[in-house]
Design a protein around this ligand. Structure first.
Ligand SMILES: [Zn+2]
Length: 144
């Protein structure tokens, strides 16, 4: 008998919401609430990190500083998600893009405010910080 044909009863759905420690990245989350998107820059080798890293995996320095990103980005690639994962079932199909910022870091974020037919690789977009209706700080690409 295969496991899928075994008799079962459904248990109630379980929601897991672990608390993630953010003390080392608190400025990033607070920045989003204030409309700012921060990266970290290594004081040792100068490498820029987004999402921000508290330590530098390149030169192993723990001395990093906060840099506010310019918000000016160019779309490098994108995908339109029709078959959404379980946690996004309540959303309409959405577009996710990778944008390269003026500072050189690449950011993966939702792309909103465009018709799908308008979206082109190489187009200019703006990276904005926002707070979702559920109160979670996040960021997305919008028309410049
Ligand atoms: Zn470094």
């Amino acid at each position: 008998m295969s496991p899928t044909s075994m008799p079962v009863i459904k248990s109630r759905p379980i929601t897991i919401a672990p608390e993630i420690p953010i003390s080392k990245t608190l400025k990033f989350w607070e920045g989003l609430k204030q409309g700012k998107v921060y990266a970290t820059k290594c004081k040792g080798c100068g490498k820029l990190y987004f999402p921000p890293s508290a330590d530098c995996p390149h030169c192993l320095s723990t001395e990093l500083e906060w840099i506010e990103l310019s918000n000016e980005a160019e779309i490098e690639t994108f995908t339109h998600v029709v078959i959404r994962p379980t946690t996004f079932q309540q959303n309409k199909p959405y577009t996710v893009a990778i944008g390269k910022l003026k500072e050189g870091v690449k950011v993966l974020a939702w792309l909103t405010g465009f018709k799908l037919s308008e979206i082109k690789v190489g187009m200019k977009v703006k990276l904005v910080a926002k707070v979702t209706p559920e109160g979670n700080p996040t960021y997305e690409f919008v028309p410049p």
